[in-house]
Write a protein that binds this ligand. Structure first.
Ligand SMILES: *Cc1c(COP(=O)(O)O)cnc(C)c1O
Length: 220
């Protein structure tokens, strides 16, 4: 789908109060494909693999783009992640909080972070349990080199839309509670190519779209 058509669709279904942000998910896409979208006005890009992203961030630095990590982060990659990204959306344990804070270079703005929530309690998934959000948020808020911006989730791919809707709605409740405690919390990242309209209907403020925008991903 052309960028302009996707932006138009997102704009049409955004709530009156705020425009939902589009994160273009560029994992496995070559730097040229990212530069092409940037030329059409897209600023924010999401990557899953720290090393792959670091090379693209360096190659495209003159474009001044905003980079988000949306893949699972191993602690031993926290240093490179803290130097590479503007946002890390996958913070799900206290060890990452301290590692990212320690390695964020002085002189850069604080690293924006989202807490990844395993909203459907899937064994196979990363993300913290909903019960763990408050403690993690408090730990992030204590770090001057981190800025807590909100929550992120990848719900289970339930075949029934109602189950998926319910998961998004539970995220919205968690998000509203968090935003009530922390004034800088403004981002609820949920919804991908197949379900971004449903996620927006349930309160997403940022959607992460890959294949609908770039077409099928090249294999690694
Ligand atoms: C790959 C990925 C996306 C984008 O998925 P599409 O179905 O290609 O839109 C969004 N979020 C995360 C966390 C991803 O890993």
């Amino acid at each position: 789908m052309p960028l302009a058509a996707l932006v138009q669709e997102i704009t049409a279904i955004s709530p009156a109060a705020h425009l939902v942000r589009l994160l273009a998910v560029s994992k496995l896409q070559p730097a040229g494909a990212i530069a092409a979208l940037a030329g059409q006005g897209q600023r924010a890009f999401g990557e899953n693999y720290v090393q792959e992203a670091a090379a693209k961030v360096q190659a495209l630095a003159p474009l001044g783009l905003e980079w988000h990590l949306i893949g699972h982060l191993q602690s031993n990659k926290a240093e490179l992640a803290a130097r590479t990204f503007d946002w890390v959306q996958t913070v799900d344990r206290p060890k990452l909080v301290t590692a990212l804070a320690r390695h964020r270079p002085a002189g850069r703005p604080p690293l924006n972070v989202l807490i990844q929530v395993n909203i459907d309690d899937e064994d196979s998934k990363h993300g913290c349990s909903p019960d763990a959000v408050q403690a993690l948020a408090a730990a992030i808020a204590r770090e001057p080199m981190l800025c807590l911006r909100g929550l992120m989730t990848i719900p289970a791919p339930h075949p029934e839309a109602e189950r998926r809707r319910a998961a998004f709605a539970r995220m919205r409740e968690l998000f509203d509670a968090l935003a009530g405690r922390y004034p800088q919390v403004d981002t609820l990242s949920m919804g991908m190519s197949g379900d971004f309209a449903l996620a927006i209907a349930e309160g997403a403020t940022m959607v992460r779209v890959g294949t609908a925008l770039f077409g099928p991903r090249p294999s690694p």
